[in-house]
Write a protein that binds this ligand. Structure first.
Ligand code: COA
Length: 195
């Protein structure tokens, strides 16, 4: 499986056997991101445009990002808002970095990987939402630093959270070099048959 090494950590697509570790990391951050059941997380990963993790040299999981593309099933009302209002956007369903690894550039690297994959697929915009109430000022600061701007807000009917929708152009975020190898092999289009 291809991967991309960045200072101190490596990004690679998430294998099904790694999903429990990612789900555990996700569910330790219930609040900033919504907790999921194992079947719901497996379904999300199966539908994902990109599901990528960051690991250190010892194989410890440091971070995760799951994004949904402009096609496929809608996962929840926030994804629904993005699909309705910005159908061209790749939607970041969740990003989590272990507290001990925050501030190392992992979040930026995960977004750079997603932006690169999106651009290679002809998709130039990224979207997500961040909680306003209960507030998530760290995530708002992170997204502002990366160039995201507000596109709207709504209350999530599932839990009453007030969220702000954010959008950014992918091109300024993309890292150098190709990124498509970060997609799961199952997500890649088949190579053209030789003529
Ligand atoms: C938000 C989160 C993903 C950021 O990940 P990270 O790996 O710590 O972010 P990075 O180290 O890549 O930071 C990228 C940039 O954002 C800035 N930034 C990150 N967190 C910040 C904060 N709390 N305040 C101000 N700036 C911040 C960094 O300074 C950095 O700027 P630079 O690249 O110009 O130096 C991480 O804090 C996290 O997982 N939080 C808990 C879960 C969560 O809230 N997820 C998002 C839900 S919407």
């Amino acid at each position: 499986m291809a991967d991309r090494a960045v200072a101190g950590f490596t990004l690679r697509p998430v294998a099904p056997a790694e999903q429990p570790a990612l789900l555990a990391l996700n569910n330790r951050h219930d609040g900033p991101v919504n907790a999921l059941t194992a079947p719901a997380f497996a379904s999300l990963c199966a539908d994902a445009f990109l599901a990528v993790g960051a690991w250190d040299a010892r194989g410890t999981l440091l971070g995760l990002l799951v994004a949904l593309g402009p096609e496929g099933p809608v996962h929840g009302p926030n994804h629904g808002w993005m699909r309705q209002n910005h159908p061209e956007a790749v939607y970041i369903d969740r990003i989590v970095v272990e507290p001990a690894a925050q501030g190392m550039g992992i979040g930026r690297a995960l977004y750079a990987a997603l932006a690169g994959v999106a651009l290679e697929a002809g998709l130039g915009r990224l979207g997500c939402e961040v909680n306003l109430d209960p507030p998530n000022p760290e995530s708002l600061a992170f997204h502002a630093r990366l160039g995201f701007t507000a596109g709207g807000q709504a209350t999530d009917p599932r839990n009453g959270k007030l969220v702000r929708y954010l959008l950014a152009e992918a091109a300024p975020l993309a890292g150098p070099g190709p990124a498509h190898f970060l997609r799961s092999p199952a997500k890649r289009p088949c190579p053209a048959a030789p003529r």
